[in-house]
Design a protein around this ligand. Structure first.
Ligand code: GLN
Length: 484
C-alpha cells in the first residue's frame, strides 16, 4: 500500500511521473474490477489528463501539494461536471451534472487525479451496497461478503488499492461502517465542516462528506483539502481549519493526558463476541499508550436507530420529490403528466428508496407529524445532550463501529430491520452532528476486518487524529492486505 506521502516523494524526486503512477493504479483498478465491481464509471481520460498537468508542473520546477498526482476515487453521489453522476439510481442513469461539487473542485484545484465514480446504495440508502441499481460490490477480504454501505465502492476501492484514497458520504454511518467492513480508515467530519454543495442530498441535516483511506495520515491530508467554509452551502461553518497533521504524534500526550470514554451501552446484546474482544483489546492498548479510560453512559443512545428512521426518511421524502421526470434524469413516457410522474418514479426508484419515501411521507403527514417527526426531533436533542454530558468528562469516546463484521451478500436483503441494525453505533453521532472515525482494530476468525469507532466533540477532528494515529503506530492491523 502506498501512502500519499510516499507517492508525493516519488513525484518530487522524479522517481516516477504522475502519469506512471496513474497508469499503475488504473491498470490494477481494471484488473480487479471484474471481481470487485467497486466502480460505476471509470474516468481514465480525465485521470491521465490531470496527471499530465501535474507532470508539466513538476517539469517546470513548480512546487506541488501533497495531493497533486494522487489517484482518488469519488462516491457517485458527488456531482462532477461533465461526468455522469448516478447516485446508484436508475432515475439519475443519464444525469451529467452541469456543475462541480465543492469538494471535487477543491481536490481538482490541488491536483488530485480522479480515477472514477464508486458504487453505492441507491441515494446512499443502505448498509451493504446491495441497493445499487447497477451491481453489488464485493468485499476485497472475502468476495462473498458485502463491503458495507452505502460508501461500499469507495471502501472496497481503497482496501484493494484501486486508488490511494476516496471520498464517501455519511448520513448514518456510510463512511465508517464500510471502512470497518473493509479494514480501512473512514472519517465522518463534524456537520458543517465540509461543504455539501454538489452532494446529491439524502437527509440534509445528517449528510456529511469525508475521507476513506489506508492510513490515518492520509485521512488527515484529505480532510485538510476539503474542509472549510463554502458560501454555496448555508450550513457550512465559518471556522478556522487547524493543521491536522500537527495532531499526528507517535504516542498519546502524557503531559496533557487524554481521557477516553468507553460507551457502556454499546457493549450490550447483539454485539458479536469477536468484535467485543477486539474493541476491548484496543481500549487496553489506548490505556498503555497513556490515555485515561473511563466508562461513560449514554442512556439515550439506544433511541438513535428509531429516531434516525423517522428523521432521515422524512428529509429524504422531501429531497427526492425533485425526481419527477421533468427536471433531472429519467423520464418515462406516458400520455398525461400525472401518469408520467408516477411511471418515472415507479421505474426509476428501487424498493428501498420507495420504502423510505413512503415512511417519510407518512411521518410528515398531518395527524402523524407530532407523534413521529416532532417526537423524533425531541429525542434527537436528548441524544445530543448525552454526548454533551459525556464530553464534559472525556476528550474522545470509543465503541465498536458496527456490531458485526461483514455479512454475506444476500444475507440481509430481505430483512431491512436487521440491515438497519448494522448502523446502531454510528447513527447517534450523525444525529448529534459530531465527528467520528473508524480505524482497523483486528480481524475475526474468518479473516474479516473489525473497526474501532472514535467519536469526538464538535470540531475536534484533531483529537480523533491524535488518538487514531497513536493507535495505528502501535499496531499492525493496517499492514495486512486482502489477498486478491
Ligand atoms: N445505512 C444507513 C441508511 O441506510 C446509513 C446510510 C448513510 O449513512 N448514507 O440510511
Amino acid at each position: 500500500m502506498s501512502t500519499i506521502c510516499e507517492l508525493h516523494k516519488q513525484l518530487t524526486s522524479k522517481e516516477r511521473s504522475a502519469v506512471e503512477i496513474t497508469q499503475a493504479y488504473l491498470s490494477s483498478l481494471q484488473t480487479l474490477e471484474p471481481k470487485l465491481h467497486s466502480f460505476i464509471s471509470l474516468t481514465e481520460d480525465k485521470a491521465l489528463h490531470q496527471a499530465q498537468q501535474i507532470d508539466a508542473k513538476i517539469a517546470a520546477g513548480e512546487e506541488i501539494g501533497l495531493l497533486a498526482g494522487i489517484p482518488i476515487a469519488l462516491k457517485d453521489n458527488l456531482c462532477t461536471q461533465g461526468i455522469r453522476t448516478t447516485c446508484g439510481s436508475k432515475v439519475l442513469g443519464n444525469f451529467i451534472p452541469p456543475y462541480e461539487s465543492t469538494v471535487t473542485q477543491r481536490l481538482a484545484d490541488v491536483g488530485a487525479v480522479f480515477v472514477g465514480k464508486t458504487n453505492l446504495d441507491e441515494f446512499a440508502m443502505g448498509s451493504s451496497t446491495e441497493n445499487s441499481a447497477y451491481h453489488v460490490t464485493a468485499n476485497p477480504w472475502n468476495l462473498e461478503t458485502v463491503p458495507g454501505g452505502s460508501s461500499g465502492g469507495s471502501a472496497a476501492a481503497v482496501a484493494a488499492e484501486q486508488c490511494v484514497v476516496a471520498l464517501g458520504s455519511d448520513t448514518g454511518g456510510s463512511i465508517r461502517q464500510p471502512a470497518s467492513f473493509c479494514g480501512v480508515v473512514g472519517l465522518k467530519p463534524t456537520y458543517g465542516l465540509v461543504s455539501r454543495y454538489g452532494l446529491v442530498a439524502y437527509a440534509s441535516s445528517l449528510d456529511q462528506i469525508g475521507p476513506l483511506s489506508y492510513s490515518v495520515k492520509d485521512a488527515a491530508i484529505l480532510l485538510q483539502a476539503i474542509a472549510g467554509h463554502d458560501p454555496h452551502d448555508s450550513t457550512s461553518l465559518k471556522v478556522k481549519i487547524p493543521d491536522y497533521l500537527k495532531s499526528l504524534r507517535p504516542s498519546l500526550n502524557r503531559r496533557n493526558q487524554r481521557r477516553i470514554g468507553v460507551i457502556q451501552e454499546t457493549f450490550g446484546s447483539g454485539l458479536d463476541p469477536v468484535v467485543e474482544a477486539a474493541v476491548k483489546q484496543a481500549i487496553e492498548q489506548l490505556q498503555e499508550l497513556g490515555a485515561e479510560i473511563r466508562v461513560i453512559s449514554c442512556p439515550q443512545f439506544r433511541y438513535g436507530l428509531p429516531t434516525y428512521y423517522i428523521i432521515a426518511p422524512s428529509e429524504a421524502s422531501s429531497n427526492l420529490a425533485r425526481y419527477d421526470g421533468v427536471k433531472y434524469g429519467l423520464r418515462s413516457d406516458d400520455a398525461d403528466l400525472m401518469s408520467m410522474y408516477v411511471k418515472t418514479r415507479a421505474e426509476g426508484f428501487g424498493a428501498e428508496v420507495k420504502r423510505r419515501i413512503m415512511i417519510g411521507s407518512y411521518a410528515l403527514s398531518a395527524g402523524y407529524y407530532d407523534a413521529y417527526y416532532l417526537k423524533a426531533q425531541k429525542v434527537r436533542t436528548l441524544i445530543k445532550e448525552d454526548f454533551e454530558k459525556a464530553f464534559s468528562q472525556v476528550d474522545v469516546l470509543v465503541c465498536p463501529t458496527s456490531p458485526t463484521t461483514a455479512f454475506r451478500v444476500g444475507e440481509k436483503v430481505n430483512d431491512p430491520l436487521s440491515m438497519y441494525l448494522s448502523d446502531l453505533m454510528t447513527i447517534p453521532v450523525n444525529l448529534a452532528g459530531l465527528p467520528a472515525m473508524s480505524i482497523p482494530c483486528g480481524f475475526d476468525e474468518g479473516g474479516l476486518p473489525i473497526g474501532l469507532q472514535l467519536i469526538g466533540n464538535a470540531l475536534r477532528e484533531d483529537l480523533l487524529f491524535e488518538v487514531a494515529y497513536a493507535y495505528e503506530q502501535a499496531t499492525s492491523w493496517h499492514e495486512r492486505k486482502p489477498s486478491l
